[in-house]
Design a protein around this ligand. Structure first.
Ligand SMILES: [Zn+2]
Ligand SMILES: [Zn+2]
Length: 152
């Protein structure tokens, strides 16, 4: 056995999938033969359906989260969402953090840079992505370099 301590995960086992496909194929073939269709069609239909059904079943167990349950981080047992102590391992549980809610995305903001023209002292403004760009002052037509920050 040696160095690898990969946890045993059922759906990582190729044999498990072979088993699913076989079951799916047999069920598919059985249904189709009953309906008088070609058994091979049924077999291949089931071949595809088998893993899908298993996958759905696995998803179903994940859906427990939506049923007022949460998984204990210590013993991986399903406990009530409002529980503060695990009823299996009696460890204190962290407060319930809602799952599957992505953190709010930072909305990119492009504030306006307000600055004074160095030649005529008139107030100018420019979008911040133009910082460092040299342009002509719209009042005195002298070249002005847009600063990176507002001066006031
Ligand atoms: Zn526990
Ligand atoms: Zn100016």
């Amino acid at each position: 056995m040696g160095g690898h301590n990969q946890p045993f995960v059922l759906w990582n086992e190729p044999l498990f999938w072979v088993f699913c496909w076989a079951i799916g194929g047999i069920i598919g073939a059985a249904i189709n033969t009953r309906k008088g269709w070609d058994a091979t069609v049924g077999f291949f239909g089931g071949f595809i359906l088998g893993p899908v059904l298993v996958w759905l079943f696995l998803l179903q167990s994940d859906n427990k989260k939506g049923m007022g349950l949460k998984k204990c981080p210590y013993c991986a047992e399903w406990v009530k969402r409002k529980a503060t102590v695990c009823r299996y391992c009696h460890k204190e549980l962290p407060p319930d953090i809602p799952v599957n809610i992505p953190p709010p995305q930072a909305i990119p903001v492009y504030p306006t840079i307000n600055f004074a023209c160095p030649s005529c002292r008139q107030r100018l403004s420019a979008p911040c992505e133009k910082a460092g760009v040299t342009t002509a002052c719209r009042f005195c037509k002298q070249p002005v370099t847009i600063p990176t920050h507002s001066d006031a």
